[in-house]
Design a protein around this ligand. Sequence first.
Ligand code: PLP
Length: 391
Amino acid sequence: MTDADRRTRWRPATVAVRSGPGEEPDTGAIVFPVFQTATFAQAEPGGSPPWCYARTGNPTRSALEEALAAVEGARHGLAFASGLAAATTVLLSLRAGDRVVAGADLYGGAWRLFTKVFAPLGIRFDFADTTDPAALAEALARPAALLWLESPSNPLLRVTDLAAAADLGRRAGALVLVDNTFATPVLQRPLALGADVVLHSTTKYLNGHGDVLGGALLCDDDGVHGRLRFLQNAAGAVPGPQDCFLVLRGLRTLELRVARQVAAAERVARFLDGHPGVARTWYPGLPSHPGHGLARRQMRGFGAMVSFDLRGGEAAARAVLRGLRLFTLAESLGGVRSLVCHPPTMTHASVEPEVRRERGIGDGLLRLSVGCEDPEDLLEDLAEALGEARP
Ligand code: PLP
């Protein structure tokens, strides 16, 4: 059996720890080094050296791209300066007049990028409830250049049937993109379900330590990869080598972290679901969640994000935020440290209030990113902040 054959049989934890170029060939260093250089000496003018200028390519970035592709089960990987830099690069492949169909419940920054940056350039965005097959089929009854899916979505953790949606998207002529940031490749593999491109904010779980901004695009098709790679260089939203090194280091523990975070999130969701101050808990692992059955089939775990609506609205949300000690009030998610955010005034503040209300993002909504602390401590923190003794 060749080394390549062996690699294709590795399980997710092994891929996370061992993917990428392996030992550095000149020294045998087991950790791939940081090539902190902007350019590379060339032997002659007009040749095609493997490395020429660090926007076009840098060995540390390539090591990360190779590892990210392996972790997502993709043939190609491209790294970017942030998740939104990756999103921008995909949108730059469109032309004025093109139509994009996107999920209605999606990250507020993506909404802002679509409606405030690319819509004025002549790209048309239609938002649909992608969790409703009839609504999605109606939105895709007309041709589209791009179908943009997020599942589980931000902040209500709605679940879309990715295989069915990808099929509808392809028939409408669309490139099908799935933002897999919330699920992570440990729990969900959109390319195997028919997506063309997977997007990650590596700022979140893939790096996992809250110390880097980054993004990634993963795909199988050579043509799609060629187009995106051209735009990566032409538009230039690339990450620096130090950040690539840190994301690669974070990736090594991805499977470990996600397994622990999911187990803790399940307990947190059950606790919140039974709490009298909570009107509704949004977590795909709860049988009451509308996407529970689908998530069970489509994912290998329900994720570590939990949102909940407080009966007392915004005043109650603010009181809980004042009481929490271990859940730090901050934007972002997916790291070892637990975070909490108030989507209507933070991640989704750029979404107009009437649109937020229409999408079910109430003023009493809080979103938790469950980290790697001891779950008992997290439950105690929540119980205290919610003004109740621990169950
Ligand atoms: N996609 C999702 C689901 C996100 O939550 C975020 C950021 O919160 C992004 C994309 C954008 O990523 P970044 O902040 O790295 O630009």
